[in-house]
Design a protein around this ligand. Sequence first.
Ligand SMILES: NC(=O)c1ccc[n+]([C@@H]2O[C@H](COP(=O)([O-])OP(=O)(O)OC[C@H]3O[C@@H](n4cnc5c(N)ncnc54)[C@H](OP(=O)(O)O)[C@@H]3O)[C@@H](O)[C@H]2O)c1
Length: 239
Amino acid sequence: MTRPVLLITGASRGIGAAVARRAAAAGYRLVLTARTAGPLEQLAAELGDDGDDGGADGVLARTVDVTDWTALSGLVAEIEERRGRLDAVVANAGVSVLTSFFGDGGAPPEEWRDLVLTNVYGPALTARAALPALRRTRGHLVLTGSTAGRGIRSGSLYSATKWAVTGLAQAIHAECAGTGVRVTLLQPGLTDTGSIPPSRANDPQLEPDDVAAAVLYALGQPPHVDVTEIVVRPIGHHL
Ligand SMILES: NC(=O)c1ccc[n+]([C@@H]2O[C@H](COP(=O)([O-])OP(=O)(O)OC[C@H]3O[C@@H](n4cnc5c(N)ncnc54)[C@H](OP(=O)(O)O)[C@@H]3O)[C@@H](O)[C@H]2O)c1
């Protein structure tokens, strides 16, 4: 049987890398993307990259910024050409910075543009690039939101971007009706990916692999089962 092809954005570390490790173990043929080549190629090598294009069945690693439409759409075309199909996408790339709308600390407004573009425009473009290919395979799109996209975080533009991902997933899910494409909104709570701000250092935390297990659960369901939302929190945390 042909092994399914899975594209993960933001795959070089954190939750994306944990999903890649679990998906590799589950038999997916992987396409891994991030902006920085080094860690991405290291992970691809760990997971079985065996040449400049990962061989016929190996791991493809590509530096693609999710805010770059030309690069994203070109990547999907390349995947279909080299692998013959695209079965699933985890639109996971995202960034987080602290903000205050009074300017009481946090990132300066000059940095807000990248936050919004990466977290909102990025998954929207990823969906637009991948959905025609996913329709051909009756595939699966997973969007990484956050529990910050379902609760209030004072002064947080990051939270607002994740509310946008919540809306995006619902809009895409509605448009996918009748296509056979499944859409999952993944909303993890605080996850220890190495960049938790000091103010939250003592809060309960998930491991990236805990979140990856939830993604593989959704991907592993039979075609008639549509896991539309997954909320996974560290125990003891209600936000
Ligand atoms: N950690 C948490 O507590 C938590 C909780 C809920 C939801 N989330 C969400 O989960 C996702 C992954 O978070 P994480 O904590 O694993 O993050 P992370 O460890 O910082 O990894 C982020 C990944 O995204 C890539 N990336 C960032 N900007 C990109 C861009 N413009 N284009 C392409 N790739 C880009 C990074 O590589 P490059 O920098 O090389 O591009 C990296 O591979 C994000 O959407 C985040 O909002 C995280």
